[in-house]
Design a protein around this ligand. Structure first.
Ligand SMILES: [Zn+2]
Ligand SMILES: [Zn+2]
Length: 211
């Protein structure tokens, strides 16, 4: 992130840099979470984006490496959508650097095979249980829990599923029959031309309609 910022000079006016580091960090988390929430929702609702993002949802078991099981175009589009506005705000290097560590840590934690829901703080922070429900293969809970850091945007926009206890999904993955190999998963989103509506099996309608 920092190298790209230096290379592109996307750092207009250091607008946010005059504030204390802790405040900049809080602002970065809230801004990144809001942007990531909406981009993630689009990934599930726009048929072509869902074809890309579906690769992340093919894992039938959760573990920390699912965090990086992403189609590269999904990753690049998401990072541009999330980080270019943050660069433009001109935050200092230190809070941005701390944020990259926080982002990586929470991403790996929330995909890990652990039953942790942060107790009463589960209504504030996205926990492993919170993100496990995002990956569930239970149609009644599709399109829930989009935000990477905080539960507040899902609560605010009506997409939160925060169970009372530590209940975990019984099944993960997608109902579609997709290639399991690396090359197959890289190619499957672009197998049919982009302007052609994906078939029903490629873009599950209930995923779209339930949002
Ligand atoms: Zn998703
Ligand atoms: Zn995930």
């Amino acid at each position: 992130m920092l190298l790209i910022r230096e290379a592109t000079h996307l750092n207009f006016g250091h607008l946010a840099a005059h504030q204390p580091y802790w405040l900049q960090f809080v602002q970065i988390v809230i801004m990144a979470d809001f942007l990531a929430y909406w981009f993630h929702r689009c990934l599930h609702q726009v048929p072509f984006l869902w074809r890309l993002h579906r690769v992340h949802h093919t894992s039938e078991q959760m573990d920390w490496l699912v965090n990086v099981h992403l189609h590269p175009v999904d990753k690049i589009l998401g990072d541009c959508f999330q980080f270019i506005p943050i660069f433009l705000m001109g935050f200092s290097t230190v809070p941005l650097f701390i944020y990259t560590i926080f982002l990586a840590f929470q991403g790996f934690l929330n995909h890990s095979n652990v039953n942790v829901n942060f107790g009463p703080l589960r209504f504030v922070f996205a926990s492993p249980v919170f993100h496990h429900w995002h990956h569930c293969n239970h149609p009644e809970y599709y399109n829930k829990n989009f935000a990477p850091h905080l539960a507040i945007f899902d609560l605010l926009f009506g997409t939160a599923h925060i169970p009372d206890g530590n209940a975990m999904p019984e099944r993960y993955g997608v109902p579609d029959d997709l290639p399991k190999d690396f090359l197959g998963q890289m190619i499957c989103p672009v197998k049919s031309p982009l302007w052609v509506e994906p078939s029903t099996s490629e873009a599950p309608k209930d995923r779209v309609e339930r949002v």
